[in-house]
Ligand binder design. Sequence first.
Ligand code: ADP
Length: 410
Amino acid sequence: MQSASGPAWWVVAQSPCRQPAREREVGADRAIALRQRGEEAKARLAAIVEFSEDAIVSKDLTGVITSWNRSAERLFGYTAQEAIGQPITLIIPADRRWEEQRILDAIRQGQTVEHFETVRQRKDGTLLEISVTISPIRNERGTIIGASKIARDVTERRQLEAAQRALEQAREEFLAAAAHDLKTPLTTIKGLAQLQQRRAAALTTPAGERLVGALRQIDTLVNDAVAQIDALLDVARLQTGQPLSLERTEVDLVPLARAQMARHQVMSTQHTLRLRTQADTLVGRWDRQRLERVLGNLLSNAIKYSPQGGPVTVTLRQEAPSSGRWAVLAVRDRGIGIPPAEVDRVFEPHYRASNVQGRIDGTGIGLAGTKQIVEQHGGTLTAVSRQGRETIFTVRLPILGEEELRDARD
Ligand code: ADP
C-alpha cells in the first residue's frame, strides 16, 4: 500500500507524561511495547489493504487521493505513484462529476455511502461499472479528515444480467410466436366446425342431429386446446417472474362455478360434485378465462387426489361487508390430503407432496399458476388439509359493491 502521509486510521495515540524517573522508565518500556504493537497492527492492516481483491482508495476532504492499493492499480490502470496527489476526479467521467460533491457532503456529515453503483473511467478512457462503499476516515480525535472507498467491478455481473434479460425476452418471443402458430390452425378448425354446425342444424334427421353434436364437441375441444396453450404461456411467464396481463371484465362467479363443475362432473363417475352457494350472484372485475382455469385446476386436483372417489364440494359465499367485499370460494375433497409440514409448500412451482410422488402423475405447476392468478386479482389462495381425510382450498377475491356495479352499468 502506498500513501502520501500514511492513512489516518493508522495513527497511534501518544500523550506526554510527567512521572518520576523509575515510573518514567517503566512507562517508556510500555510505550515502546505499545508502539511496537501498533507498528505490527499497522503492517498487518497495510498488507490486508494492499492485497485486497477490492480496489481500496482514500482521499482527503478536498478530494485529493491519499492512498491507492494494487487492486486500484489493476482496476483503474493508474499506478499508485500516478494517482496519489491527484484529484479523485481523475477516475470520474465528466458527466458524473456532480456525484463527487454529493459524496463529499455525505462524508463531511459522517455518513457512509454503501453499495453505490456508478460508472468510473480507466486510464485508457474505457468506462467501468463499479459498486462502491465510501466511509469517513477520522483522526485520533474523531475529526473527519477524509474518505476511504472500496470499489468492486460489476461490469461482468451487469453483462450477465443483460444477457439473461435478452435470453428471457427471446424465450418470451419464441413462446408467443409458437403459441400463435399453434392457435392459427385451431381457429380455422373452430370456424369450419361452427359453419358446418349451422348448416347441419338445418338437417332435421337423426344423422343431422348426431352431426351437430359431434361438431359441437369439436368446438369444445378446440376451446380446451386454446386454453391449454394460454395456460402454458402463463406457466412460462410465471417461471421468468413476469406478471400476467389480465383481461378484466365483469364476471359472475356463481354461473362460472356451475359451468366448470358441470364440465368436470362428466370426467368422473366416481365423484359427486356439489355446489353450495349462499349467494345468487358474486360479481367482480376478473379475467374470466383465468378464473375458469383457477377453478378448473382446483376441481381436477380434488378429483385426482381422491382416487377412491367421493364428494367434491364447492361452497360460495360473500364475506361479511365489515371485512371488505370478498367472494369466498372453497373446494373440498375427501381424498389423500397433504402431509401437515408440506401444506404451504404445494404452492411453490414444481413442488409435489411426498404422498403423491411416484403414485399420482403431475407436474407441480398448477397450484403455483393458480396462486399467481388469484394474487394478481388482489385475492388470496390458502389450503388446509388433514392427511388421509380431506383437503380444502379457499380462494378469496375482491368483488364489486352495489355502487360500483351501478356505476359500471351506467
Ligand atoms: P400437480 O397436481 O400437477 O402435481 P399442482 O401444482 O396442481 O401440481 O399441485 C401441487 C401439489 O399439491 C400436488 O402434487 C399434490 O401434492 C398437492 N395437492 C394439490 N391439490 C391437492 C388435493 N386436492 N389433495 C391433496 N394434495 C393436493
